[in-house]
Ligand binder design. Structure first.
Ligand SMILES: O=C(O)C[C@H](Nc1ncnc2c1ncn2[C@@H]1O[C@H](COP(=O)(O)O)[C@@H](O)[C@H]1O)C(=O)O
Length: 464
């Protein structure tokens, strides 16, 4: 068809940059080509400032105004610099070398041409790249992705608290089972997510800064008297990162594998949440609040579809597939380096973008559901046989206490309930006829599926 049609104007191929742009655009500030290049300029400028402020090779410390101008150059990295870099890179065919030339140009503009040779001094590109990735990934995770995850967990925790007493039939294997409360079930997800958030918050972001093969060889050749490992450590830690002292040319990316593993795990817990909420909606336990003006189905006017949870489910799967691939592949680099990690790392933002999009949908979806307590009550009332577990357990206790001699209580209850429906009257009559103590009998007669919830509501106190 396209053979006959004129071409469209240039279009984004990724839905993150098209249809879903609004939900994820904040990530682009860090995890994009421009975000990476801004961080590269920042690292190069800080290294220049470090070298001059320590008067390395007799360089005079920069005047405060020049320091401020250079830092402003990095901070104000924008359209002009993006275009200039594209032009330089078209010539150099080397993205980091292009950044070096951009900075040299700025040094000339500021009248600082005398220190131009300190730009990218003794650095291999990876020295700049690994620090830039650590800085940008840290910012994206700590400032954008984790806050959104915390917002979703906060919303979920509020729902858990609101519905902590709402008794609900549970379904192990999809079959009626010992009741619980909706709040407790949501609380399980809050607890799981709080754990993984704590692990994510403890993530380390490592940086190396040790030259072409991690030996400081060029550094030492230039100044044999300096303690280059100590300088490297001070510089890396000064950027807010954890120093990695022992690497090949590249930072080994183990921190990335760890981080993406944890993020992927968080995704999978959220995926479980999305499919459970979808199922509760399907069971009628949650009603979807109609959004004014919205359409459910294009042909079935009555419908409100759980599209937020379905969108989240799919995007969490894509995100985890990418995060898993990043974790699995980034930890291998042939000998002292191969360049496979370069193009792989350009997809970190895509991986977090799909997760952020899913979080956005979950947050909105959780705000558009309301518990239908009558649906919960009706299901409980239709499944009195779930009390069989309580009755057989009480009989066992009575046998041990010497108040009953019933042989094999489990089998007795199995005969009564397995595969049949048993109503309240039948169960009461059964309990009345049991050879057990009066107090136990009273307790069992008082029990209904809606009150057979153990201490479910109180378990929420174990949440942070
Ligand atoms: O400091 C160095 O550059 C040392 C050099 N290793 C390299 N380290 C980092 N980047 C390098 C390296 N080599 C190439 N390039 C440039 O990486 C860019 C790769 O582009 P893409 O595949 O699109 O991610 C693309 O811009 C490439 O030009 C070595 O020989 O060991």
């Amino acid at each position: 068809m396209n053979d006959q049609l004129p071409s469209l104007p240039p279009q984004p191929i990724s839905p993150l940059d098209g249809r879903y742009r609004a939900a994820v655009s904040a990530l682009g500030d860090h995890l994009s080509e421009a975000g990476l290049n801004r961080a590269r300029v920042h690292v190069e400028v800080e290294w220049l400032i470090y070298l001059t402020s320590h008067a390395m090779f007799g360089a005079a410390p920069l005047e405060a105004e020049h320091v401020q101008q250079l830092r402003a150059f990095a901070a104000n990295f924008g359209d002009l610099e993006i275009d200039a870099l594209a032009e330089i890179e078209a010539r150099t065919r080397h993205d980091v070398k292009a950044v070096e030339y951009l900075i040299r140009g700025e040094l000339d503009r500021l009248g600082l041409g005398g220190i131009a040779e300190l730009t990218h001094f003794a650095c291999t590109s990876e020295d700049i790249n690994n620090l830039s990735y650590a800085i940008t990934v840290k910012a994206a995770v700590e400032q954008i992705w984790l806050p959104k995850l915390r917002a979703v967990v906060g919303k979920l925790a509020a729902l858990a608290e609101q519905h902590k007493d709402a008794a609900m039939l549970s379904r192990t294997h999809g079959q009626p089972a010992t009741p619980t409360t909706m709040g407790k079930e949501l609380g399980v997800f809050v607890y799981r997510l709080q754990r993984v958030i704590a692990q994510l918050e403890a993530s380390e972001y490592l940086g190396k800064f040790s030259g072409a093969t991690g030996t400081f060889a060029a550094h030492l050749a230039a100044d044999p008297t300096a303690d280059w490992p100590a300088i490297s450590r001070e510089f890396v830690e000064g950027l807010g990162l954890t120093w990695n002292p022992l690497t090949t040319q590249i930072e080994s990316h183990d921190w990335q594998a760890e981080l993406y593993g944890k993020a992927s795990h968080a995704n999978r817990i959220l995926h479980n949440l999305a499919t459970d909420i979808w199922t509760y909606i399907s069971l009628g336990y949650f009603r979807q609040i109609p959004v004014p003006g919205a359409t459910g189905s294009s042909t079935m006017p009555h419908k409100i579809n759980p599209i937020r949870f379905e969108n989240a489910e799919a995007n969490l799967e894509i995100s985890s597939a990418l995060l898993d691939s990043l974790s699995a592949t980034l930890v291998t680099s042939r000998l002292q380096r191969d360049l496979t990690d370069s193009t792989t790392q350009r997809n970190i933002g895509v991986a977090f973008g799909h997760s952020l999009l899913a979080l956005d949908n979950l947050e909105r979806g959780l705000g558009e559901i309301a518990l239908d307590e009558s649906a919960l009550a009706a299901d409980l009332d239709g499944n009195w046989e779930v009390l069989a577990e309580a009755i057989q357990t009480v009989i066992r206790a009575e046998v041990v206490a010497g108040r009953s001699s019933i042989a094999d209580p489990y089998a007795v209850l199995k005969d009564l309930t397995r595969g049949h429906r048993v109503g309240p009257a039948e169960l009461a009559e059964f309990v009345q006829g049991l050879e057990i103590g009066d107090e136990a009998k009273r307790r069992l007669i008082a029990l209904t599926p809606a009150t057979y919830i153990g201490v479910a509501p109180a378990l929420l106190r174990f949440l942070d």
